[in-house]
Design a protein around this ligand. Structure first.
Ligand code: PLP
Length: 424
């Protein structure tokens, strides 16, 4: 059940009306539901209960400290893609020993920081990265646990910008090079070969490509075992989609069903060929934990009737939510106060770019001053926000029952140029 629902014709986040929130905290604002976040995490945690498994939330989807803290308290680990994200985990009280470090371009400084904090594992994506990590670990008198991100070459059938597991992708080690790369890793004195990893794409509605990737990882684990390289964990990455409300797409697979199928395959494989060897299963979900946890609340500034189109100009823009401009993503736009009738509008922001649109050809009954929400905006919303046009980023709020907490203040323009100076 969604924690965002109409009560007497007014959209609420849990027990608080979004009209009241707009009045008190202003717009644009990201509004998150604590209960929805905890429900989403529980769908993973419950399916993992009693198993050797770890859910590492992919925090690039939404890295607000309050979100990280709530998840850490539920036992979540974190999938990070930068040193900055590791500092956020620590600031939020998360456990670095449950952190997985992904990404194709880790710097020496980032490796050192992660080793200092003794993170669980580095997901390594190339041979030069193995060598750099080995050198950094050696210089610190430490050993780095590594897994290789292999590219299983399965088609996730998603947007090309968020498909990451195909042969032409910049990510991962080619499946055909994986054995040789593991042999190279096993020779390096300051590395411990710990696991195997993949992440084939994002916003997957069907789990068949993920299960295909799982089969390929299992094949490699068997082949490595035959050579005496024994892995301790298998990490399937993230990628489960959310329901953006677009009828063409439909709803994604249920998390419990997907995890059930993963564990059934892992159990069958272990019973057949991998008896007696423990293997931890790791997931790196991002979007499916936070996507439907948040909405972007915005106010109508002007209605403009153009020659061919009607425009609903709102106070949120592509700097607040980049997905439509970046991926032509379809996101649901709904009024805070339900109304009948209306006309077709393009919902656009104030930024000086034709690419600054949030929704196109939507039937809306709107007038100046009305409030709208962009739904399912909790993932890749605020984390992709920018200050383009010297626009301060939106406030972030978490609703818990009837309470509203400001978890990030709205940025002031003066903050945006505080690090700048003129030359003397
Ligand atoms: C982005 C990312 C994820 C999370 O993907 P979602 O589609 O949001 O679940 C997981 N792992 C890696 C390596 C990523 O880059």
């Amino acid at each position: 059940m969604s924690q965002f629902s109409y009560q007497n014709g007014v959209l609420h986040a849990e027990g608080v009306s979004l009209s009241a929130i707009a009045e008190q905290y202003g717009t644009p604002a990201y509004v998150y539901s604590k209960a929805q976040l905890l429900d989403n995490f529980a769908s993973y945690a419950d399916a993992c209960r009693g198993r050797d498994a770890l859910v590492c939330y992919a925090m690039k989807a939404n890295s607000n400290l309050a979100i990280l803290d709530l998840l850490a308290r539920q036992g979540a680990g974190f999938d990070i893609v930068s040193g900055g994200e590791l500092l956020r985990v620590i600031a939020a009280g998360g456990d670095p020993k449950k952190v997985i470090f992904s990404g194709v371009g880790k710097s020496v400084e980032e490796m050192r920081l992660a080793l200092q904090h003794d993170i669980l594992c580095f997901n390594v994506e190339s041979i030069p990265e193995l060598h750099r990590l080995n050198d950094v670990a050696g210089s610190m008198g430490r050993r780095a646990r590594v897994s290789l991100r292999v590219n299983p070459n399965v088609d996730p059938k998603t947007h090309p910008y968020i498909a990451t597991g195909l042969k032409a992708s910049k990510f991962g080690v080619a499946f055909s090079d994986a054995l040789a790369t593991y042999r190279a890793a096993a020779q390096l004195p300051h590395l411990d070969v710990a696991g195997i990893d993949c992440h084939i794409g994002s916003q997957l509605l069907d789990d068949a490509p993920l299960l295909e990737a799982l089969d390929k990882l299992i094949e490699l684990i068997d082949a490595l075992g035959d050579e005496g390289i024994h892995l301790h964990h298998l990490d399937l990455g993230g990628g489960i989609g959310v329901d953006y409300g677009d009828e063409e797409d439909g709803a994604p697979v249920a998390v419990a069903d997907y995890l059930g199928r993963v564990f059934a395959r892992v159990d069958a494989w272990r019973a057949e060929r991998h008896a007696g060897r423990p293997i931890k299963v790791i997931f790196e979900p991002g979007r499916s934990i936070v996507g439907n946890t948040g909405v972007l609340l915005t106010k109508v500034e002007f209605i403009k009737h153009g020659e061919e189109k009607n425009f609903c100009i709102v106070d949120a823009a592509m700097n607040d939510m980049a997905r439509p401009a970046l991926y032509q993503a379809w996101m649901d736009m709904q009024p805070v106060v339900q109304a009948d009738g209306g006309a077709l509008y393009d919902v656009v922001g104030p930024i000086c770019e034709s690419g600054d649109w949030l929704a196109r050809d939507r039937a809306l009954a709107v007038k100046e001053g009305d409030l709208l929400v962009m739904k399912t905006a909790g993932a890749y919303g605020m984390t992709m926000a920018s200050n383009y046009n010297t626009r301060g980023r939106a406030a972030e709020l978490i609703v818990d029952g009837t309470q509203v907490h400001v978890v990030r203040q709205r940025e002031n323009p003066a903050d945006l140029f505080a690090l700048e100076s003129v030359i003397k």
